[in-house]
Design a protein around this ligand. Structure first.
Ligand code: ADP
Ligand code: MG
Length: 242
């Protein structure tokens, strides 16, 4: 059974069909790279999983929990997912540790437990020695690590990343890709990583799903996608990456 299972998901904005009948499955501890041109529906899908858009049809399940479907539409805060976006929204007036602790404070996690979870999350993203620093004394890559630590501190089973590395230069992206791979392998964290960058999708995804015009056109392991694209669109899209 997949950890994340989305079936038949459609999202409309008035006349615009942003997503049509999308099936997406990701197994536990695996990374799905969701790739496609601008406007293909990548963010809309993540927002539907996160609970910020309401699908007109379809079901979304994580483990044995139904997030969407069967008359259920859980609010975002009850979905227990982690999220990281392109522009790290860290609080400038809080230390690194307090930024990471923020979701735990809101959830009223007791102090001792909170400290332990924050220390562990900072270690995971290799920011242990930066706990007392202010975000404005960090590099862009380090700030994105703070966002990542905050997204995983409550130990979600699923992490959603929307162009989370896109604002960074390639060396930083490469080092964060390693962090994400380790999180998947060691913490059994299941991820959907949205990117418009085909090279990054092929480098990071255990599987790569290609979206075009709100439809899923192909989903496969990178090698097979590369060797046997199922359409001129996929072939062209992947070819342009190199
Ligand atoms: P991507 O992330 O792949 O660039 P999006 O999911 O942002 O694509 O957008 C998919 C389609 O849905 C686009 O046509 C976009 O204009 C439309 N769309 C997205 N969000 C909204 C919204 N809030 N209102 C109206 N149309 C939207
Ligand atoms: Mg987007």
């Amino acid at each position: 059974m997949p950890e994340l299972d989305a079936r038949g998901v459609s999202v409309r904005f008035g006349e615009t069909v942003a997503l049509q009948d999308l099936d997406v499955r990701v197994d536990s501890g695996r990374i799905l790279a969701l790739v496609g041109p601008s406007g293909s529906g990548k963010s809309t899908f993540l927002r539907a999983v996160a609970g910020f858009e309401r699908p007109s049809a379809g079901t979304i399940r994580v483990g044995d929990r139904t997030l969407v479907g069967d008359g259920i539409h859980l609010p975002p805060e009850e979905r227990g997912l982690g999220m990281v976006f392109q522009h790290h929204a860290v609080w400038p007036h809080l230390s690194v540790a307090d930024n990471v602790a923020y979701p735990l404070r809101r959830a009223k996690v007791p102090t001792a437990r909170r400290r332990a979870l924050v220390a562990e999350a900072l270690e995971t993203v290799e920011l242990g020695e930066f706990a007392r620093r202010r975000p404005d004394t960090l590099s862009g890559g380090q700030r994105q690590r703070v966002s990542l630590a905050r997204a995983i501190v409550a130990r979600p089973g699923v992490l959603l990343l929307d162009e989370a590395l896109s604002a960074l230069d390639e060396p930083l992206r490469a080092s964060l890709r390693l962090v994400l791979r380790r999180l998947a392998a060691e913490h059994d964290l299941t991820m959907i990583h949205v990117t418009h960058d085909r090279g990054e999708a092929l480098a990071l995804g255990d599987e790569v799903a290609v979206l075009h015009g709100g439809r899923l056109v192909q989903c496969d392991v990178p090698d097979r996608l590369d060797a046997a694209p199922n359409s001129a669109f996929v072939a062209g899209f992947l070819h342009d990456a190199t």
